[in-house]
Ligand binder design. Structure first.
Ligand code: SDX
Length: 429
């Protein structure tokens, strides 16, 4: 229902555009009727577009607030584990003790993947980037699990969601093991979600892996912090693909592809590489200068955000988690962490970064943390994808369950040639 009306005047014709208010956040102007008037809106990068209605995640970018289903991210990171957060995102409420037990049991008992999937992995080159393998393997899941692909059946959607949440750690670890030439490790049903993931990453058939509880908790927190982030580029990609009626595995694979870019999920890998390249505090100013130079493509990785014009609340928690992990694995003196804190301080005092409201985002400290956990750099974005799967599937499910769902099909401002005739070959320049 419209709360207010915006008036738009085009060629002396007055249009009444309804304005809707959500429970939080900016009002939105409903421009649906414009196409009938043969007028479109123009918004490259969707800077001013609310692409859908959603009840899952809210961000206040100016205040640095992030809520999953109304709960602040810092409280969730402190009081819940990742699977509780998955349940919350998927179902709208936190689980009670019985629901939690049941959900953990269901996810645990879906963690194995079809044995033939290893044949599929064998087709990849050993030196393939794990993200390249993951895009392919997740897309291929629809070939292995086609008994749950009726997207109009809520039970099938639920089964696909469970399969995705539970199999992603197994697949992520398989991508890693494949690229380093070690045998795959089977999931262990007595372990919790993050513990099991670390076991599949680091154990070998020849040697047990005893996960350190602080490190397991850090991994779990990393997953919570990356679990959802409203209509970011990869989630919007999943929704776009899903609007065609494509199966959930294909849609999530599309999301993984979108996440890979360095402007999005690939930034964690890029941020650590950048810190390693800077190498020493004495070179920070040189890199800050490069980041500010319009003619230089270099940008400070892990800095800036489309929505946050304040400190990303996830970055704060990530910095604390990073510190906790470093204390366990190597004492207080990690040079990259010290360099990152120094770089953050210098950037936050620099006029360019102040004016443009560029603050550290979640990816600034996640790379150092993952690295301290023993995760190789090329797996960082894979872990982001593993964590974000619950967000993607929750948004996909919300969209498919909406009776007013429409095919997503944007239009354009066409500036190409007007109609012309095809000349004969010999008359073409
Ligand atoms: C994620 O959307 C999400 O929610 C994503 C995410 C999620 O959880 O899903 O939060 C995860 O993707 C985090 C972002 C990771 N990316 C990086 O850390 C890469 C470095 N940052 C950027 O390139 C950039 O800040 C973006 C891509 C994140 C945001 O880009 P926008 O919103 O399109 O902003 P912009 O590029 O137009 O920047 C505005 C200005 C520009 O200068 P002017 O043209 O106005 O002079 O700020 C400058 C930019 O050049 N700028 C930077 C900068 N980021 C922006 N300058 C130097 N270093 C930077 N990092």
């Amino acid at each position: 229902m419209a709360d207010k009306i915006a008036k738009l005047s085009i060629d002396n014709k007055e249009l009444d555009l309804p304005i809707y208010s959500g429970t939080l956040g900016p009002d939105v102007v409903d421009i649906n009727q414009l196409a009938k008037e043969n007028v479109l809106t123009f918004d490259p990068g969707y800077m001013s577009t609310a692409s859908c209605e959603s009840q899952i995640t809210f961000i206040d970018g100016d205040a640095g607030i992030l809520l999953y289903r109304g709960y602040p991210i810092d409280q969730l990171a402190e009081k819940c584990n990742y699977l509780e957060v998955c349940y919350l995102l998927l179902n709208g409420e936190l689980p009670n003790p019985e629901q939690k037990k049941q959900f953990e049991h269901t996810i645990t008992y879906h963690t194995m993947v079809h044995a033939q999937l290893s044949n599929f992995l064998n087709g990849f080159r050993r030196d393939a980037h794990p993200m390249a393998i993951m895009v392919g393997v997740v897309g291929a899941l629809s070939a292995f699990y086609h008994d749950s692909l009726d997207i109009n059946n809520p039970k099938d959607r639920e089964t696909s969601a469970y399969r995705l949440i539970s199999k992603m750690p197994t697949i992520a670890a398989m991508c890693h093991k494949y690229s380093i030439g070690q045998p795959y490790m089977y999931p262990q049903n007595h372990m919790n979600y993050s513990e099991n993931f670390m076991h599949m990453m680091f154990a070998t058939p020849a040697e047990r892996y005893e996960p350190n509880p602080t490190l397991v908790r850090a991994m779990d927190r990393i997953l919570i912090l990356h679990a959802d982030h409203e209509q970011n580029a990869s989630t919007s990609t999943v929704r776009m693909a899903g609007s065609t009626g494509a199966n959930p595995f294909a849609c999530i694979s599309a999301g993984i592809g979108a996440l890979w870019g360095p402007a999005h999920g690939g930034a964690n890998e890029a941020a650590l590489n950048m810190l390693l390249e800077i190498g020493d505090e004495s070179r920070i100013n040189e890199y800050i200068k490069k980041a500010k130079d319009k003619n230089d493509p270099f940008r400070l990785m892990g800095f800036g955000h489309r929505v946050y014009k304040n400190y990303d609340p996830r970055a704060k928690i990530m910095r604390e988690t990073c510190h906790e992990v470093l204390k366990v694995v190597e004492g207080h003196d990690n040079p990259v962490f010290k360099l990152a804190m120094k770089l953050e301080k210098i950037a936050l005092e620099d006029d360019y970064f102040i004016e443009k409201k560029l603050y550290p985002n979640v990816d600034f400290y996640s790379g150092i943390t993952l690295s301290a956990l023993g995760i190789p750099t090329n797996m960082f974005t894979v872990i982001f994808a593993l964590a974000r799967t619950i967000g993607w599937i929750s948004h996909w499910n919300e969209m498919i369950g909406d009776p007013n769902r429409r095919l997503c099909r944007p239009r354009q401002l066409y500036t190409g040639p007007t109609q012309r005739d095809v000349p004969h070959l010999e008359k073409r320049n």
